[in-house]
Design a protein around this ligand. Structure first.
Ligand code: FO1
Length: 321
């Protein structure tokens, strides 16, 4: 079975680890990763979501944090601080720096991000084919009002420095309108047997992947069933501050509203948490098959059960065609 998943960082990566636990050796997973969170710091290209996916699936992630490397040290950051060079609010550890140096060196030598990602994955062996959504530069910016003045900040500044404490008024995936899907992205979607939307952020993670021209249309037109898992449980994001960016696009932070935001033209199936069982009826009424199952990734077994439920729903949808 060929499984394609569109994914952001921590939530997507943890779900995919559960998915890997339930597939058979004949199954193949292609992950199309969000690159809208990418940021240039200290002259280096940092790809937080691709790295979170690669480290989590390759066994190098800092488990508690959910991002960055396990057993990290922070000498470079301290040295940069001693030179008065920031930003101090973004934590790049020494081991993580090596990834960004290799990536930046390869990009400077002319390799596209997709080839660089493949080379980095050669070391980490994530057990999936990890593709960036695009080789082109896309950067998510957030419009806010601060002390009465309009400001547009990089997504990482909004998320990490400001902790999404101010309202996001607009989410702008800068560069997305002219970006092209990376090599292999449209082909993987067209050839998929199942397309999964993990419980990643529907606006700044999966929404940004879908904003690359051609990707949304390819997913909607794919012969494979498309099944998503709600990142909202009991009316609140499972992690992160997804409610803030949902409000910016006029979507309520509920499991049903997120399904309707994706829409029946994209989604065939939608899993909500048992706490949100009331969402099953409105989502079903919108033409999306909906089931309530436990959706908290509390441990490997619970995550694997979620992945199994998503594959079962996809199988049911395939059978219904
Ligand atoms: N998240 C934080 O909350 N604080 C950080 O200092 C931070 C640094 C960081 C460095 C590399 C990386 O790959 C991810 C990092 N993240 C950090 C996570 C990241 O900001 C976001 O969670 C994602 O971009 C959203 O998917």
């Amino acid at each position: 079975m060929r499984i394609v998943a569109l994914a952001g960082g921590i939530g997507g990566a943890r779900f995919l680890r559960g998915l890997k636990d339930v597939i058979t050796p004949d199954d193949e997973i292609t992950v199309i990763g969000n690159t809208g969170d990418d940021i240039h710091l200290y002259g280096l290209k940092v790809c937080p979501d691709l790295d979170t996916l690669m480290y989590t699936l390759g066994g190098g992630i800092h488990e508690e944090q959910g991002w960055g490397r396990a057993e990290e040290t922070w000498s470079i950051k301290a040295e940069m601080k001693a030179y008065g060079v920031g930003p101090e609010w973004f934590g790049l550890g020494d081991k993580d720096f090596a990834t960004h140096i290799v990536r930046t060196q390869m990009l400077a030598a002319g390799y596209p991000l997709s080839a660089v990602t493949e080379a980095l994955c050669d070391r980490w062996q994530p057990g999936v084919r990890l593709l960036p959504m695009t080789d082109d530069r896309v950067e998510t910016h957030v419009r806010i009002t601060e002390q009465g003045a309009l400001r547009v900040v990089h997504f990482q500044e909004y998320w990490v420095k400001l902790h999404a404490a101010v309202d996001a008024e607009a989410i702008i995936p800068v560069g997305a309108e002219t970006a092209k899907p990376a090599p292999g992205v449209l082909e993987a979607i067209a050839a998929a047997d199942v397309i999964l939307l993990p419980p990643s952020n529907p606006v700044v993670s999966i929404g940004t992947v879908l904003a690359v021209p051609g990707i949304r249309a390819a997913v909607a037109a794919a012969p494979a069933p498309v099944v998503g898992l709600s990142p909202i449980v009991g009316g609140a994001p499972v992690r992160g501050m997804a409610d803030k960016v949902l409000a910016a696009v006029g979507v309520e932070a509920t499991a049903a509203a997120v399904a309707l935001h994706y829409g029946a033209e994209l989604l065939d199936g939608w899993l909500v948490d048992t706490a949100d069982a009331a969402a099953v009826e409105p989502v079903t009424a919108a033409g999306i098959t909906c089931r309530a199952v436990p959706l908290l990734m509390t441990d490997a077994e619970a995550t694997a059960a979620m992945a199994r439920a998503a594959l079962e729903l996809a199988e049911q949808e395939r059978g219904a065609r």
